[in-house]
Design a protein around this ligand. Structure first.
Ligand SMILES: Cc1ncc(COP(=O)(O)O)c(C=O)c1O
Length: 366
């Protein structure tokens, strides 16, 4: 029962009133695999649970995540002020765009890419410039450069790209950086970088210190299995982070999240062992999909992209029936997370049924 009978006469900004709500990956019933949110499938290790249990609930957390930033600075070989920590990397994205972009400004990014980009840009009051990916699902970096004008404040490069899995090479990135205007903030969103083991793919860590206008974003949500705690980080110039800190909600990174991040960093090799396992599984799934007849871009993250176009709803119904809950992008395709080993057979059985029904290619491909 509603408390109120009529709507309040409060002014809501038009672009907010019409903004679609952020869509989360669908939950899965108990007998299905949740492959819809690119989460890490493994149980939380005891040493993470112990670290969390040492955190205070009655005290506010230390607001700058100083100890985590110190640890990351050691890992990256940079100054602590060149590290920012937020409640997930999406929170840092939000802060950076709030700090740089407002009405009349624009933010350029590839599309399809991470759904938060247009949402965050619109909330800041800026224009979201979506530049369609190339037919092979990679960013169209030349078109992105052409879309930049004197009101462009930020360009976001997502590599590996969510949801297509394609990535930007070092050569492409460096050529892009040679031509991007110096006043534009370039956000290198590397939420899935740990899963990218191709030496030709750009790596923010190897590029560090080369371009003062670049911020590299990473997260503890994927490779490190801390999605539920909300903690991510950025590496870049301290002046940019000073501005981004000014736009943050104070003390949003909990002590639990900070302690867990320190615990996983201290056992980095174990986290990377799991990443290697997922990468092997991903490459196996990709090879099997190609064998089945799919035209799936080579995946560089912990997920695969099924470009089903107008067949997307019908293809998803088959996955669903087969106990696989994936992330659906209507009329475009389906993103499937590479997760526990037991999910592989149901996934490949369902994708083979999709091929048998000739639903594995966009309708225009026949
Ligand atoms: C490309 C990309 N960037 C950033 C994020 C945000 O990650 P988090 O806020 O959990 O660190 C995600 C999450 O799915 C993502 O796919």
């Amino acid at each position: 029962m509603n408390l109120f009978e009529s709507e309040p006469a409060i002014h809501i900004r038009e672009e907010i009133r019409t903004l679609p709500a952020y869509k989360q990956g669908r939950p899965a019933p108990a007998d299905a695999f949740k492959l819809s949110s690119n989460e890490n499938p493994y149980p939380t290790p005891d040493w993470v649970t112990e670290a969390i249990s040492e955190a205070s609930v009655v005290r506010y957390p230390e607001s700058t995540s100083r100890v985590v930033r110190d640890a990351l600075a050691r890992q990256w070989g940079c100054d602590t002020d060149e590290v920012i920590v937020g409640a997930g990397s999406v929170s840092i994205l939000y802060q950076l765009i709030q700090a740089t972009s407002g009405p009349g400004d624009n933010v350029v990014f590839a599309w399809r890419s991470f759904e938060a980009y247009p949402w965050i840009t619109t909330v800041a009051g800026a224009e979201a410039r979506r530049i369609p990916n190339l037919p092979d699902h990679r960013h169209d970096l030349e078109a992105m450069l052409r879309a930049i004008d004197d009101r462009t404040r930020v360009v976001i490069l997502c590599t590996p790209n969510n949801p297509t899995g394609a990535a930007i090479t070092t050569v492409e990135f460096e050529s892009f950086m040679e031509r991007v205007p110096a006043g534009v903030l370039v956000i290198l969103d590397e939420a899935y970088a740990e899963f990218s083991n191709d030496p030709d793919i750009v790596c923010g860590k190897k590029q560090k210190g080369k371009y003062p206008q670049v911020v590299t974003l990473r997260t503890f949500s994927k490779a490190y299995g801390l999605a539920g705690l909300r903690i991510g980080y950025g590496i870049g110039h301290h002046a940019i982070f000073q501005a981004a800190t000014a736009t943050a909600i104070p003390m949003v990174v909990t002590e639990q999240a900070q302690r867990a991040a320190l615990a996983v960093l201290a056992r980095n090799d174990e986290a990377m062992e799991i990443v290697r396992e997922i990468c092997d599984r991903r490459d196996r799934v990709w090879a099997a999909l190609v064998e089945q007849g799919w035209d799936v871009p080579k995946p560089h993250g912990n997920f695969v992209w099924l470009p089903t176009g107008d067949h997307t709803a019908a293809a998803d119904a088959i996955l669903d029936e087969g106990g696989v809950i994936a992330r659906v992008f209507a009329h475009e395709g389906i993103r499937v997370t590479i997760a526990e080993e037991d999910s592989v057979s149901p996934l490949l059985a369902a994708t083979s049924r999709i091929v048998a029904a000739n639903l594995h290619r966009p309708a225009s491909d026949g």
